[in-house]
Ligand binder design. Structure first.
Ligand code: GDP
Length: 320
């Protein structure tokens, strides 16, 4: 990927896409292509085709998706499966037609079976039943992985997939109904603190364990992967007996209860924490095995406390 290469970032207004844009710009890549949702509807195949034919990028980061936390996934299952299937199918197919050389498809660790052995290796894919609360989203993402694999097998293009763990950071969704746990708790603790409310409600039992990675680390990993040599990519993603995906995480998880304590401390909330057992816990644990990513030469650099502090500073600048 030379510095003048034309690179399209799908989903550049989202948390992951915007972090990829920041990383690309910081690394001196100057020929970036983006479209807002109003300019290009990714669910519309004809519009996506016309756009790809017009721009003909060499590289695509596919970070556009309908995403959300446990409640949003549970409430809008049709939107999650339909929009994600459409977005990825349209983009991958149009990319092939437009001569895109490399495409990195971003998924999520929820593609793995609910009871996959922990930490989860890439070959756990399709070995068991999924967590029901986000099955429609996960099925769409699994289809996306298989889409890239099939396009590689039939057409030889280097389209491959990265599965990030739970990400957080700037441009995250802080809406309490649709957000993930980390931004939700940052906001709840912050609002309780400034409004003098002595109690914060946390969903579920606090016992599920989750792995968290700062989105700047995830974006750095994506750039690293996209810049591997053809030989490195082929060895890692395109072997008949191998898998076409790689986990992107830090390899460590925390209980939701521990995360709650950490965020409370960072925000400076001194009140009471109440666990709401009527809300779902979701999958008990989803820790990624990150040895494949490590073997490809990448490690995270932002610790959880440091990342939460930075995200809280960003939140205060935006909403404080
Ligand atoms: P998941 O990783 O797909 O389950 O998605 P979430 O990030 O939404 O939830 C992770 C865990 O945090 C689940 O066990 C939730 O019940 C729990 N949790 C606790 N409080 C909250 C909250 O305020 N919002 C969300 N989204 N999850 C919460």
């Amino acid at each position: 990927m030379n510095k003048q290469a034309k690179i399209y970032i799908a989903g550049h207004q989202g948390m992951v896409g915007s972090a990829i844009v920041r990383q690309l710009q910081a690394a001196g890549f100057s020929n970036l292509v983006v479209r807002t949702r109003a300019e290009l509807n990714l669910v519309d195949q004809a519009a996506v085709d016309a756009f790809m034919q017009q721009e003909r990028p060499a590289f695509v980061f596919l970070a556009a998706a309908r995403v959300g936390g446990i409640l949003a996934n549970n409430s809008y299952p049709a939107d999650f499966i339909y929009q994600n299937l459409m977005i990825q199918t349209n983009l991958v197919h149009s990319a092939l037609q437009a001569g895109v050389e490399r495409l990195l498809f971003l998924g999520s660790s929820c593609i793995y079976p609910k009871f996959a052995p922990q930490p989860m290796t890439e070959d756990a894919l399709l070995t068991g039943l999924l967590e029901p609360t986000n099955e429609p989203y996960a099925i769409a993402k699994i289809a996306g992985i298989k889409l890239c694999e099939a396009y590689h097998r039939q057409h030889g293009v280097r389209y491959f997939s990265a599965m990030p763990t739970n990400l957080y950071g700037p441009n995250d969704n802080f809406d309490l109904q649709s957000s993930h746990v980390l931004p939700a708790l940052l906001r709840k603790f912050h609002e309780a603190k400034i409004n003098g409310i002595g109690k914060v409600e946390v969903w579920g039992s606090g016992r599920p364990r989750r792995e968290f990675l700062h989105v700047d680390d995830a974006a750095a990993a994506c750039l690293h992967l996209m810049q591997l040599s053809d030989a490195e990519l082929d060895a890692a993603f395109f072997q008949p007996e191998g898998t076409s995906l790689v986990n992107v995480g830090c390899g460590e998880d925390v209980a939701i209860g521990e995360l709650t304590e950490l965020i409370g401390a960072v925000v400076g909330f001194a009140g009471e924490i109440v666990y709401d057992a009527d809300k779902p816990d979701g999958t008990p644990r989803k820790l990624l095995d990150v040895s494949k990513l490590r073997s490809l030469g990448w490690e995270p650099s932002i610790g959880l406390r440091e990342g939460v502090e930075a995200t809280y500073r960003w939140y205060l600048e935006q909403f404080g």
